[in-house]
Write a protein that binds this ligand. Sequence first.
Ligand code: C5P
Length: 398
Amino acid sequence: MLANKSIVLGVTGGIAAFKVAELASQLTKAGALIDVVMTRGAMEFIAPLTFQALTHRPVVTEMFRLLTETEIGHISLASRADLIVVAPATANVIAKLACGLADDMLTTTILATRAPVLIAPAMEENMLTNTVTQANIASLRERGMVFVESQFGRLASGKIGKGRMAEVDDLMVAIRKIIAQKGDLAGMKVVITAGGTHEPIDPVRFIGNRSSGKMGFALAEAARDRGAEVTLILGPTYLQPPKGVKIVNVETALDMKRAVEGVVADAHVLIMAAAVADFRVEQPAEQKIKREKLDGMDLHLVKNPDILAQVSNPGLVKVGFAAESQDLVENARAKLEKKHLQLIVANNITSPESGFGVDTNKVTLVDAAGNVTELPLMSKREVAEQVLNKVGTLRSSS
Ligand code: C5P
């Protein structure tokens, strides 16, 4: 979604400028066209050549102002930008923007643009908390500029306090969110479940399954990057969940059911990628079961409710997953009908490249109109994009 997006990256004079080299690199890798505009102060901290080498594009600096004005004028930068990011943003540049000053290439470009502006402040705590800086930030916010809050940590002076620039990962999420406002799922509420559930036997033991949550994470990231407001209902996992989505942590199938019911009322799409345990222990022990006292153990299991089959709201597009080891399409179609789904994503779990824990998947999409689309082996993120493409067509035809 960042591919071919034109992003002006304004770098001002703060030590965090070195971190922005990584940001420029990540944005370029994601396919964005990055025009770095550096202030004089920024060049005290990092050389323009660093950004030029990372972005493969000329860097606009004050030093070459005459040359750059003819080659890449501020008006053309301002008008072709899909987004302007100022990182790090000093108290000085924030003050200039708040006053509408235009005394260098960066402030001139920002004054001339209609594109969204994202600002990542970085400064000493006393400068940040100063009422004049706070008033400037409030005034820019009121005018629609978006701030990625600075964090608590070690500052340039060596002191610990608030004012450190946000991490590059957080900046990437904020950038993707703004670009996503023009995405095809903008304004849609999408609920996604991911991971497996744990069904307790006693306070330390549980029955679980091998779901890693990766497919659900890929769906959540893809939906987020296409503009959806995503709620991710997540069973226990060791993996780091995506940023920029609302996370609801659950443990058991019954927790997951309550969580889904709690958020689905105003949702447009529900995608259940979670591997919900089919059975739970009827009476989990309240205290740890002592091995020494037993020769063996019988667990009485009762069936968990089928969350996806039971949940409904008018207009909700329901998408399920079917992990099958044989008769893929027939089994998937039967589940689609039984659970009243618009779409089911079937995968053959006997194949080593698809299914649990891996980054790739090979799936077949079966929809309620009877269309069967067999997709080749692809990354889970690509599968997620294909599922969302299909959801888009199902929504527009409903
Ligand atoms: O019937 P089966 O477990 O194969 O169905 C898989 C689909 O149904 C998945 O989308 C899964 O998240 C969902 N499911 C559910 N509640 C259950 C079991 C499965 O919502 N108790």
